[in-house]
Ligand binder design. Structure first.
Ligand SMILES: Cc1cc2nc3c(=O)[nH]c(=O)nc-3n(C[C@H](O)[C@H](O)[C@H](O)COP(=O)(O)O)c2cc1C
Length: 202
């Protein structure tokens, strides 16, 4: 009997599209591995005005993540714009609602990676990537970075780090993703999917 494809969750938030572009490249890398599907999901924006609510179904882009997606996925790519050197609050808010999944070990032992987009080149790509790993580690995930066997890690002048994929979107947020950063982002998705495959076959 054929086993079903592995579903890898690509969970991201994006206000202006840069992180979404990266999520789509991660998905491309994931789906370059036979037997792996990427499930793109986002979270609603949050507001300091507590009366503000988002529609139940987003008007455009990926659907909102459901807690069951954490249980069902074979791995997770987690992406956020950099906000003051850290992940965006809608994503932090999402993690703060995952106590039941933490207690139940929904993500424990599964592979994960992180990605981000910044407005300025030295505006916190690495601090964001590293701190985005914290909730994943608390959930028991096995974090993957990028090895220096990728020569682009030495040549990039925009984004792409050993801690995860990154993109420099510029002051106007419209810089196209550089060739090096694109290659590294796809490679990270591929590495995540290959690892999930290996872990399934053990
Ligand atoms: C509230 C806020 C805080 C931000 N903080 C940073 C920052 O610390 N460093 C940086 O380089 N860019 C920062 N930016 C810029 C975003 O990280 C950048 O525009 C990113 O590419 C947006 O991603 P998106 O297009 O997926 O929304 C910030 C933007 C906002 C709105």
């Amino acid at each position: 009997m054929n086993s079903p494809n592995l579903s890898i969750l690509v969970l991201y938030y994006s206000r202006h599209g840069s992180t979404r572009t990266m999520a789509e490249l991660l998905a491309q890398g994931i789906e370059s591995v036979a037997g792996c599907d990427a499930l793109l999901r986002t979270v609603p924006a949050i507001s300091t005005v507590t009366e503000a609510t988002e529609p139940e179904i987003p008007t455009q882009g990926a659907p909102y993540v459901e807690l069951q997606d954490l249980t069902d996925c074979a791995g997770l790519a987690f992406g956020s714009p950099t906000r003051f050197g850290n992940m965006a609050s809608p994503l932090k808010y999402f993690w703060d609602g995952t106590s039941a999944q933490w207690l139940g070990g929904a993500l424990a032992g599964k592979p994960a990676c992180v990605f981000t987009s910044t407005g300025s080149l030295h505006g916190g790509q690495e601090s964001t990537l590293l701190t985005m790993m914290m909730p994943l580690l608390h959930h028991g995930m096995m974090i993957l970075g990028l090895p220096y066997t990728h020569p682009e890690l030495m040549t990039t002048s925009s984004g792409g780090t050993p801690y995860g994929a990154s993109h420099w979107s510029g002051l106007n947020g419209k810089h196209p993703i550089s060739d090096d950063s694109r290659t590294l982002t796809i490679a990270l998705g591929r590495r995540l999917a290959e690892t999930a495959q290996k872990m399934r076959s053990r």
